[in-house]
Design a binder for this molecule. Structure first.
Ligand code: PEP
Ligand code: MG
Length: 585
């Protein structure tokens, strides 16, 4: 399939991370550094290199400052907080000192010294026992990439990456993805990167098509500079497309845009299958900006509000009053639509040191609901804050990663206590209560859990992680077939069958809910509630409207009879492509 003759069309098959189609000119994030280190090496002067490094740091700090202001003014407080951490790192003298030492002792040009120190840091961080520390390397890496970009081409952040460019890189850190989205990047193509990574979540939230799994050698044809098409659904990168391919893709992109327009309406009619089955499309949100998208993408409500992101916003653990104020704002923005507020879902791999003092057992590996139950004073305050917000409109409380029936019983008692306390101040309705199934073992206790709650929600990101022993934050080796593992599909089928049998609604709220290849399967096994990044809802709505429950059930039965993830993926893809005119590869 791959033809590497210069200027001939070349198809590169990678992993589909974020769907969507983009056409643009290629831009190589790291390549620039190699060219100018050659130049600088020929005229090496110690003092010049130290001075170049100083300007690179000054520029980086300035650049990050602008980014923080821009993100804050657009209401992206959490992203702004991530970048603020990097501002602090860039201002810290120890990183700069290490790079200066490398220049002075090894006579390296500044950019090579930065690269050397980055690698040293990578090695040191990799040795750290806890993932939370290891992930801190992302911030160092982001700063170093900015320094190198400045030293080799005067910075890539402002004006260097042309609008609509297709950015090629080994990997892209979440903060750089945020910045690139602000500057209108067209698409991302990387070597490393998985669909559940934070970079993928940023790209999804901003509608940037993203394909990973394309290594350096396969990126070669695109270095010729010809146009590139990125098909984020098929996981395809087409370099130097012929006129014919271009026309086909332009038609697909136009259909995609039209579909977005038609399905992105604030007052969207209910989403129903062709044969009339109602499917609720709900939003996953982590703060006010996404909450504002709920109405403009015509969603039915919020299926998952990730409250733990409040810590990023405040840069510390929020007080009960701060929590209550945030939840009240979210309830008001929901304008009467259903709103599911998930209790704090902290774990050491989420990496927020701000919670360590308040919930110290997180360091022992406790997480989610078990962690909250370890620290009941904090948990009680959190529940009171949520329940107080229900004065402004209806809400539900969802408990993350419940690990036993007993745990859920304790949560219910605590909700009862918190509710009585709040009612003593002023009467409020008793909240609906839900539990998340994210641990495979709990799938087999669905009936017991369902009988105790008003609704269930499946966190497929964690369910996949724990069912198939994949580290969701390790993006380097994510196998795209995993999501289609027959064992996982059977788990989903069991959960929906058992909860439906006792009349309790169950939603899918991991990234799988917006995977268009999975939509017919999910409907076919019986899911009627899908919760996703708001921006992806129009495409899911468009697909749902073209399906009938009967054909979905047939397809689901067929794939549940298959034994290999590869075969299942191929069948779902073939089915989708045949019904939706997408190019097959
Ligand atoms: C999940 O695990 O699928 C989920 C929705 O929760 P989170 O991604 O916040 O862990
Ligand atoms: Mg989860």
């Amino acid at each position: 399939m791959s033809d590497e003759t210069p200027h001939s069309e070349c198809w590169l098959q990678g992993r589909a991370i974020v769907s969507g189609i983009a056409v643009g000119l290629p831009f190589f994030l790291q390549e620039c550094s190699l060219q100018s280190s050659e130049t600088s090496r020929s005229s090496f002067s110690l003092s010049d290199e130290i001075a170049r490094l100083a300007s690179a740091f000054a520029h980086t700090q300035h650049e990050l400052g602008i980014l923080v202001d821009k993100l804050s003014s657009e209401g992206f407080c959490q992203e702004a907080a991530v970048i603020e951490t990097q501002v602090a790192l860039a201002e810290d003298t120890s990183l700069r000192q290490e790079i200066e030492n490398a220049i002075q002792t090894q006579f390296l040009p500044a950019e090579e010294a930065v690269r050397e120190v980055t690698e040293e840091f990578r090695g040191r961080f990799e040795l750290l026992p806890e993932i939370v520390f290891r992930q801190r390397f992302d911030d160092v890496d982001s700063i170093c990439q900015r320094l190198i970009a400045f030293l080799t081409m005067g910075g890539y952040a402002h004006g260097q990456i042309p609008q609509h460019a297709v950015v090629f890189a080994k990997s892209v850190t979440p903060s750089i993805a945020v910045e690139m989205s602000v500057h209108g990047v067209g698409a991302l193509v990387t070597t490393h990167g998985g669909p559940m990574s934070h970079t993928a979540i940023v790209a999804k939230a901003r509608g940037i098509p993203y394909v990973s799994g394309i290594d350096d050698s396969r990126m070669a044809p695109s270095r010729e500079g010809g146009k590139v098409i990125v098909d984020g659904l098929a996981g395809l990168v087409i370099v130097n497309p012929t006129n014919e391919t271009m026309q086909r893709y332009m038609a697909l992109a136009a259909a995609h845009d039209l579909c977005l327009q038609e399905n992105t309406v604030a007052a969207a009619p209910e989403t129903r299958t062709r044969d009339g089955q109602r499917i609720a499309l709900l939003a996953n949100v982590s703060g006010v900006p996404e909450m504002k998208q709920v109405s403009c993408f015509g969603l039915d409500g919020v299926g998952l509000y990730r409250t733990e992101y409040q810590v990023l916003e405040h840069r510390r653990f929020p007080s009960e009053a701060e929590q209550a104020a945030s939840y009240a704002e979210m309830v008001q923005l929901a304008e009467g639509r259903p709103l599911v507020i998930r209790a704090f879902d902290f774990s050491s791999d989420k990496g927020w040191e701000e919670v360590w003092d308040v919930l110290p057992n997180v360091k022992e590996g406790r997480r989610a609901t078990s962690l909250l139950l370890d620290h009941q004073t904090v948990f009680q305050a959190h529940l009171r804050a949520i329940i107080r917000a229900s004065r402004h409109g209806p809400l539900s409380i969802l408990f993350p990663m419940v690990s036993s029936v007993g745990e859920l019983e304790q949560c219910k008692l605590l909700v009862q206590e918190a509710w009585s306390f709040v009612c003593a101040e002023k009467e409020v309705a008793f909240p609906r209560i839900g539990a998340m199934i994210e641990l495979p073992a709990l799938a087999f206790q669905t009936r017991a859990l369902a009988s105790m709650v008003d609704f269930l929600a499946i966190g497929t990101n964690d369910l996949i992680q724990y069912a198939l022993a994949v580290d969701r934050s390790n993006t380097a080796c994510f196998d795209p077939n995993l999501t289609f593992h027959p064992g996982l599909l059977h788990l989903l089928a069991i959960i929906v069958r058992e909860s439906t049998a006792v009349g309790v609604p169950v939603s899918v709220c991991g990234e799988m809910a917006s995977d268009l290849l999975m939509t017919p399967f999910l409907i076919g096994v019986g899911f009627r509630h899908l919760s996703m990044v708001p921006r992806l809802a129009p495409m899911v709505r468009h697909l749902v409207r073209s399906l009938t429950v009967e054909e979905c059930e047939r397809l689901a039965r067929e794939v549940l009879g298959m034994d290999s993830p590869e075969t299942i993926r191929a069948r779902l893809r073939e089915w989708y492509c045949r019904n939706h005119g997408v190019l097959q590869c």
